[in-house]
Design a protein around this ligand. Structure first.
Ligand SMILES: [Zn+2]
Length: 174
């Protein structure tokens, strides 16, 4: 890995040098927890510790992966595929998920956020057409018309509108 590190850098406070260490930390995400090994730098002279943002993010990413594996949660890629297969926009999927903010759903798809178990179960339930229809009706999301259903409609639309019956002259006059 090419993460920037403070390894070997000077601790101005005491004149000592930082060296890389690892520590086991418990990371909690979306109500689930897991232990990961995180890298930190510790001053060898005074024991001062520093953790870079990259080191924190790396640990969070590792935690998300472990939690996903343990709880069998959908991967970011799978969530995007599921949404695209249903022809939904991110905003629509967000509405279907109890009005979850759109940015959160985007975060699920990018792996920036981890969906909790309830949200994961809900996402999976949307692959059932009946459940999808029910939920869409409840939250007011207009579902895209499936490809196989558009064909007959398109054919019907090409039939010219019936010409309205002319008003009989007799009635118009009387
Ligand atoms: Zn120091």
């Amino acid at each position: 890995m090419s993460l920037p590190t403070l390894d070997g850098s000077l601790h101005r406070g005491c004149g000592g040098r930082y060296a890389s260490h690892t520590e086991q930390v418990t990371v909690r995400l979306s109500g689930m927890a897991t232990d990961v090994v995180r890298t930190l730098c510790r001053c060898e002279k005074c024991g001062h510790e520093q953790r870079t943002i990259d080191q924190r993010e790396e640990a969070e990413k590792a935690a998300a992966m472990q939690i996903r594996a343990v709880h069998g949660l959908l991967a970011p890629r799978e969530i995007r595929q599921l949404r695209e297969s249903l022809g939904l926009t991110v905003a629509q999927l967000a509405d279907l998920c109890y009005g979850t903010p759109k940015g959160i759903v985007e975060g699920w798809e990018k792996g920036r956020y981890l969906q909790n178990r309830e949200a994961d179960a809900l996402l999976r339930s949307l692959t059932d057409p009946a459940e999808l229809q029910r939920r869409a009706a409840r939250v007011g999301v207009t579902l895209p018309v499936p490809a196989e259903a558009t064909a007959p409609q398109a054919a019907a639309a090409s039939v010219p509108d019936p010409v309205p019956d002319p008003v009989p002259a007799a009635h118009a006059a009387g």
